[in-house]
Design a protein around this ligand. Structure first.
Ligand code: NAD
Ligand code: UD1
Length: 332
């Protein structure tokens, strides 16, 4: 299938482009490069032998989108969004404009061009503080702790309302848990600007000696060692989940919701230990106060994706750490 990939130069988008090419699809990237570099396109070509078409474009530019869409597409995967939780509390309007208005603009362009199959990057953040674990897709989407989380809840609602109004739409809401790691070649990965706010990129920089130590946010949660529990999932597994959704749901109508996780949780200290064991590098840490807005524990029930998409994450925490480290130590 010919697939428009918004945000395809970013972390999860670029890995998905690699998987799509490997599965015989034809991804076309649009990205405004607000959080990515164009050199990623060359890296994808190095990995796959195919250089995907790339357009530097903002999804809020509906005119520009329509011109790209004129070439004819079967589906769209919508990754383009701003995703820094802290920044979203400081600049909420920028987040609502980029994420929510950007999605509306994209949907208008897709509808005009006759593309009604969309795979959307949602997040476990829409569940808020989980009432039961593991988290299933039918749990109510709660209230978010920050504007970034609200944009995800709002975008899911926009997509549901659109599909109600026009039942020919086919929408997959993929709720990622904690995507980490990198492509095993070390050629593409996550490249946060400044000091990372997410755990694994932060650990990678501590292990590389670029940051002195990790601050562990909270040591008094009701978890096995008192630190937060999350469902870390390898980004290539997440990428393959997108290909499975595309292949399985093509030609269907409706709104289809899937958790993309491994189905098991790890504490912060387990991740630190796994990183040290995999890389042989020390990761000094200090336990500090809880981070506002954090939940104690979150991990996915992944049965629905296994049953309906025949997809299951296959890479373990050691592989996530090894690939994160290879990316951290590859020149770029
Ligand atoms: P990323 O920042 O690496 O990728 C997003 C890409 O979108 C970037 O390349 C950026 O330049 C581009 N972009 C942003 N706004 C744009 C716009 N208006 N027009 C065109 N391009 C634009 O982030 P990621 O980690 O790859 O996340 C991809 C998607 O998955 C996002 O929607 C994010 O909210 C969602 N998500 C990510 C995680 C995670 O842990 N990384 C978890 C849950 C959900
Ligand atoms: C965070 C976001 C979430 C977003 C997700 C993916 C918050 C509150 N939530 O989720 O909305 O969808 O990233 O981008 O920011 N930790 C430390 N020290 C650190 C960093 C993290 O101890 O320096 C801990 C956290 O407290 C948490 C775990 O590591 O227990 C994972 O944190 P992180 O990688 O930021 O992911 P989430 O908090 O799950």
């Amino acid at each position: 299938m010919r697939v428009l990939i918004t945000g395809g130069a970013g972390f999860i988008g670029s890995h998905t482009v690699v998987s799509l090419i490997g599965s015989g699809h034809e991804p076309v990237i649009v990205d405004n490069l607000s959080n990515a570099r164009e050199s990623v396109v060359g890296r994808i070509a190095e990995i796959t032998g195919v250089r995907p078409e790339f357009h530097r474009l903002d999804v809020r530019d509906s005119e520009g989108l329509r011109r790209v869409l004129d070439a004819g597409f079967d589906a769209c995967m919508h990754f383009a969004a701003l995703k820094s939780v802290g920044e979203s509390t400081e600049e909420p309007l920028r987040y609502y404009d980029n994420n929510v208005s950007g999605t509306v603009s994209l949907l208008e362009a897709l509808a005009t061009s006759g593309v009604r199959f969309l795979v959307f990057s949602s997040s476990a953040t829409v569940y808020g503080e989980p009432t039961t674990l593991p988290v299933t897709e039918d749990m109510p989407t709660g209230s978010a702790a920050n504007p970034y989380g609200w944009t995800k809840i709002m975008m899911e609602q926009v997509l549901r309302d659109l599909q109600l109004a026009d039942p020919t739409w086919n929408v997959a809401l993929l709720r990622y848990f904690n995507p980490v790691g990198a492509h095993h070649t070390g050629l593409i990965g996550e490249d946060p600007q400044g000091v990372p706010s997410n755990l694994m990129p932060y650990i990678a920089r501590v292990a590389a000696g670029l940051l002195p130590h990790l601050s562990v946010f909270g040591g008094d949660y009701p978890t096995p060692d008192g630190t937060g529990v999350r469902d870390y999932v390898h980004v290539m597994d997440v990428a393959e989940g997108h290909v499975a959704a595309l292949d399985t749901l093509a030609g269907r109508r409706g709104v289809h919701v899937y958790n993309l996780g491994t189905g098991r949780g790890h504490t912060v200290l387990e991740v630190v230990k796994a990183y040290e064991e995999t890389t042989g590098r020390p990761v000094p840490y200090e336990i500090v106060g809880r981070r506002p807005g954090d939940v104690a524990a979150s991990w996915a029930n992944v049965d629905k994706a296994a049953e309906e998409l025949s997809w299951r994450a296959s890479r373990d925490l050691a592989a996530m750490c090894a690939d994160s480290w290879r990316w951290q130590t590859t020149a770029r």
